[in-house]
Design a binder for this molecule. Structure first.
Ligand SMILES: *[C@@H]1O[C@H](CO)[C@@H](O)[C@H](O)[C@H]1NC(C)=O
Ligand SMILES: *[C@@H]1O[C@H](CO)[C@@H](O)[C@H](O)[C@H]1NC(C)=O
Length: 405
């Protein structure tokens, strides 16, 4: 309980309405020229009204990602029997709230039903099953998704290909084949390669760049690289090392998004760890803000209450910007300031800390003229632009796809 003198209370009460009109994370991100700031979520959490109230807060979250409900084992548990109920709940929530939806994920070695992971396959039969999955799922969610994570975590830490059932059976060609199938089902949705530990330079980040080139070399469309950014307090890459790898991806003509950001610590949480976590979040968000091709940031759920970390990394947690009681941590203020917002913390008569904020509009996020190299510039159903950036020509590949080369 905090005692507040009547004079200060009057001041706080007078000031509060004005402060509350300030911006949250999404509003600040948009003011910086980004498309969104968002959060992952999951079906079971949506029964928690306090949780849902904040997830619905579009001042903080202009985008959501289903953490699990669009994965292969959920959607196609038996071959060619599709179950969209759980995924639709999240997609419909995004629609009702006018939040963008990142769709996640089509081809991944984990959370696969056993008919896929333990099936007996030939190259041709697995390609057919994979294409059937992608075509059905992308078609079902056509128009709902801003982006699809088409292929997830195809790489080992040393940059070699992960030995998944897809790689074993099809070889690296499974990646461009998956992208081409997704593009054929929905030519408008952004198609991403998504992975972790590709947020600073090294063998794995280099291999992720090679995946972009591989897909492009097949004449298939790839629009983005998703940096999961599951970081650790105190060993998060610096802003400059993240910035240099972001520009390497951007140079390939793709956009970048931070797709699963969280920064875990060894428990218990201390003031020193929370301060370092704030620095690590700030550096990461600042790297995205500074790179024009970095279009948005998604945290892998907003509250420690529903974080995946404690279930996966024993003894670790407290990875989110809000704690398990839904109070904002120092990390929140760090993210907001990196997005150009300024937080003001006041003490209300109830003794609760209220953080509100304002943001400044940036002039640096302006639009480019013409579509960048490798970008799509035409094809059946294409509603985007048709003019390439200077030096590149819109080149016909087939009736469904033309690309700036
Ligand atoms: C959250 O948003 C959805 C969709 O707009 C709405 O139906 C629901 O009532 C909201 N729930 C809360 C707790 O705010
Ligand atoms: C499987 O078939 C595809 C498509 O024809 C081809 O690109 C790929 O190299 C084949 N993989 C193997 C291992 O033969």
């Amino acid at each position: 309980m905090v005692r507040v003198s009547s004079k200060i209370l009057a001041l706080v009460v007078g000031v509060l309405p004005q402060l509350i009109q300030g911006s949250g994370l999404h509003t600040a991100a948009v003011a910086k020229g980004k498309l969104y700031f968002g959060s992952a979520t999951d079906n079971s959490e949506l029964t928690d009204t306090a949780y849902l109230t904040q997830l619905n807060n579009t001042d903080d979250f202009g985008q959501i990602t289903p953490g699990n409900s669009q994965k292969w084992d959920t959607i196609e548990p038996t071959q060619n029997q599709f179950s969209y109920t759980k995924g639709d709940v999240i997609a419909n929530l995004a629609k009702a709230n006018d939040q963008k939806l990142r769709c996640h994920t089509l081809v991944w070695h984990s959370q696969l039903p056993s008919w896929v992971s333990s099936g007996t396959w030939t190259n041709a039969t697995l390609i057919a099953a994979m294409k059937n999955h992608i075509t059905n799922v992308v078609t079902h969610y056509k128009g709902d998704c801003y982006a699809w994570d088409v292929v997830n975590e195809a790489l080992n830490e040393d940059g070699s290909y992960r030995d998944s059932i897809f790689y074993q059976t099809i070889g690296p060609a499974y990646i461009p084949i998956a992208f081409a199938a997704a593009a054929a089902a929905d030519p408008d949705v952004k198609l991403y390669y998504n992975d972790y530990n590709i947020e600073s330079s090294g063998s794995k980040a280099m291999a992720a760049q090679n995946i972009v080139k591989l897909v492009q070399s097949y004449g298939a469309k790839i629009d983005g690289v998703g940096l999961q950014a599951h970081f650790i307090v105190g060993s998060t890459p610096s802003q400059s090392s993240q910035a240099s790898v972001l520009s390497a991806y951007a140079a390939l003509g793709v956009e970048i998004a931070y797709t699963e950001l969280d920064i875990r610590m060894t428990l218990p949480s201390t003031d020193a760890l929370l301060a370092q976590q704030k620095t690590d979040y700030t550096n990461t968000v600042a790297a995205c803000v500074a790179e024009k091709s970095c279009i948005g940031i998604t945290i892998w759920d907003w509250t420690d209450k529903y974080s995946w970390v404690p279930n996966t990394f024993s003894g670790q947690g407290a990875a989110c910007p809000w704690d398990e009681n839904y109070a904002k941590k120092p990390a929140y203020t760090g993210i907001l300031s990196a997005l150009g917002g300024t937080a003001t913390t006041t003490t209300t008569s109830a003794g609760q800390s209220t953080t509100s904020s304002t943001s400044t509009t940036s002039s640096s996020g302006g639009s480019t003229t013409g579509i960048a190299r490798w970008g799509q510039c035409g094809g059946s159903g294409w509603t985007g632009g048709t003019t390439c950036a200077s030096g590149y020509t819109c080149t016909y590949f087939n009736d469904y796809y033309s690309q700036c080369l």
